[in-house]
Design a protein around this ligand. Structure first.
Ligand SMILES: Nc1nc2c(c(=O)[nH]1)N=C([C@H](O)[C@H](O)COP(=O)(O)OP(=O)(O)OP(=O)(O)O)CN2
Ligand SMILES: [Zn+2]
Length: 149
């Protein structure tokens, strides 16, 4: 009986979630080309100031997948670190999001859109269907989650 339990248990597919945290610094201004100057000021307030402002963004990247019985891993975090470097740090760290990152030339650099940018960039490197969530702490109080929907 004990032997059967053991056999069934080892055959079971177990799903794990692996999260890696990464910080980056960037400045930006909330401004939409689809809105008038008055609307930009009314909607974005102090965040529409032409001088911009900066954040130390903290990003949590979560990957979902089968825990490989041979390696014990969903994916190797060493690989995930490299993907994060290419998908987040190289394009965004110490950048002016609106001026230095072409994606934000016509996309408002809200944290929601930064999360979408990071999601789409990570998809280029991660195994298919493995990215579960991108969570960004723009400040201690402002947190955005994007799950690819
Ligand atoms: N839906 C969103 N709303 C806002 C975003 C955003 O990305 N998505 N971003 C901003 C500004 O970028 C701004 O930096 C946030 O400022 P603020 O709320 O003032 O930041 P704090 O929480 O740190 O400030 P407190 O004064 O302590 O509340 C605005 N809106
Ligand atoms: Zn901001």
């Amino acid at each position: 009986m004990q032997e059967n339990v053991s056999t069934v248990s080892s055959d079971r597919c177990r799903i794990g979630y692996v999260t890696r945290v990464q910080s980056f610094s960037a400045c930006h201004r909330l401004h939409s080309k689809a809105l008038s100057d008055e609307e930009n000021k009314r909607i974005f307030g102090k965040c529409n100031n032409p001088n911009g402002h900066g954040h130390n963004y903290n990003v949590e990247i979560t990957v979902r997948g089968k825990i490989d019985p041979a390696t014990g891993m969903v994916l190797n975090i060493t690989d995930l670190k490299e993907y994060i470097e290419m998908a987040i740090m190289e394009p965004l760290d110490h950048k002016n999001l609106d001026k230095d990152v072409p994606y934000f030339a016509d996309v408002v650099s809200t944290t929601e859109n930064v999360a979408v940018f990071i999601w789409d960039n990570l998809l280029k490197f991660l195994p298919p269907n493995s990215l579960y969530e991108v969570k960004i702490h723009e400040t201690d109080k402002n947190i955005v989650v994007y799950r690819g929907e």
